[in-house]
Design a protein around this ligand. Structure first.
Ligand code: GDP
Length: 326
């Protein structure tokens, strides 16, 4: 019988790549979506549109315990990848309540229900480099102390500890992937990578004249999302559950990203990128760059797509989309 996998947030960037990976390994794939996403699937579910007939979707609100309970009861998964979360780093009070409500409760409802109804299910929690936030050292690994700097980061620390708690006290196969930034042509437009690749393509086609940006000196460890879901799958195939940092290990600045994306199109970013205070945040003094040695050694995982290849892939897709070629 095929292994059954449940992906919360299957319509997001990571969910869509993971669903494709699991289908290629002959899993029976189930995923949660918001009920509203089913109203206009071509628009809301564009990332999984081509595999819609191969996956089973469940309209579920992860803020609702009864709805999670019924989901697990119905699916009885062998593996569960908990990716659904409000994923933006915000500092506003309204957002704070929403982020805590969705991310903390969602994770707790999932893992506690698995313990009751499917205790042999293997569980992966998608944590984030934001658990390190204001880190004191760089690069960070699994031993680096947490120091979150946003409500989002706090929910990822709490999710990590909840996962740990269920592993140690309830003997669940449960683990956290501490994921550094990962991008792709399926990234949302509000993230800096996609904003730049999209903007450069728009400028190339004469659709806009300038690209307003914030701090170009900010550094991130950017990898390709398709590689990171491979690490998530490997994490659930081990003898013992463990937490892993998943990262490229290389920091690049937003400036380098601009340089690469524009030069890909034969343009010089200096001519188009303009400063806009609205997007400005001070850069971290100690950059968030991950040390994925444990994942390399124990999971045999390493990223296949380089930063340069990923930026090129994103620029190519943005250009093709804007020209109506895809
Ligand atoms: P995250 O901050 O790591 O969750 O991801 P983002 O992709 O939104 O931003 C990465 C970095 O890019 C941050 O340090 C921002 O300060 C920097 N940045 C510089 N200009 C911009 C911009 O115009 N938009 C965004 N989103 N980020 C910017």
């Amino acid at each position: 019988m095929a292994q059954k996998a449940l992906i919360t947030g299957i319509s997001g960037q990571d969910g869509s790549y993971l669903a494709e990976l699991l289908l290629s390994k002959n899993y029976e794939v189930h995923g949660t979506v918001l009920r509203t996403e089913l109203d206009d699937p071509r628009r809301s579910l564009w990332r999984i549109y081509s595999i819609l007939d191969q996956v089973t979707l469940h309209p579920v609100s992860i803020e609702s315990f009864p709805s999670i309970f019924r989901l697990i009861e119905r699916v009885q998964p062998d593996e569960c990848y908990h990716l659904a979360a409000l994923s933006f780093v915000s500092y506003s009070l309204d957002d704070e309540f929403a982020i805590f409500n969705t991310n903390l409760n969602g994770t707790h409802y999932m893992i506690s229900t698995l313990k009751e109804l499917a205790p042999r299910c293997r569980f992966l929690f998608a944590a984030s480099a934001e658990v390190f936030g204001l880190a004191q050292t760089s690069p960070q690994n699994e031993q680096t102390p947490f120091h979150p700097r946003s409500p989002y980061g706090i929910t990822k620390v709490a999710g990590y500890h909840l996962t740990n708690y269920y592993r140690e006290n309830h003997k669940l196969y449960a683990c956290s992937a501490i994921l550094y930034n990962h991008e792709s042509p399926r990234r949302g437009y509000e993230f800096v990578t996609r904003k730049i690749t999209r903007g450069a393509a728009q400028i190339k086609l004469g659709l806009i004249k300038t690209l307003p940006m914030g701090n170009l000196d900010a550094i991130r460890d950017w990898g390709f999302a398709g590689d990171y879901v491979e690490a998530e799958w490997r994490m659930l195939q081990q003898e013992q559950p463990k937490d892993y940092v998943i990262a490229s290990g290389q920091g690049h600045s937003v400036r380098e990203l601009c340089e690469l994306a524009f030069s890909q199109l034969g343009l010089d970013y200096h001519d188009y990128v303009v400063f806009d205070q609205r997007f400005y945040k001070p850069a971290e003094t100690i950059p968030l760059v991950g040390d994925a040695t444990r994942a390399h050694q124990e999971l045999g995982w390493s990223p296949k797509v380089s930063f340069e290849e990923m930026v090129k892939m994103m620029v190519d897709v943005d250009l093709a989309e804007l020209q109506g070629r895809s």
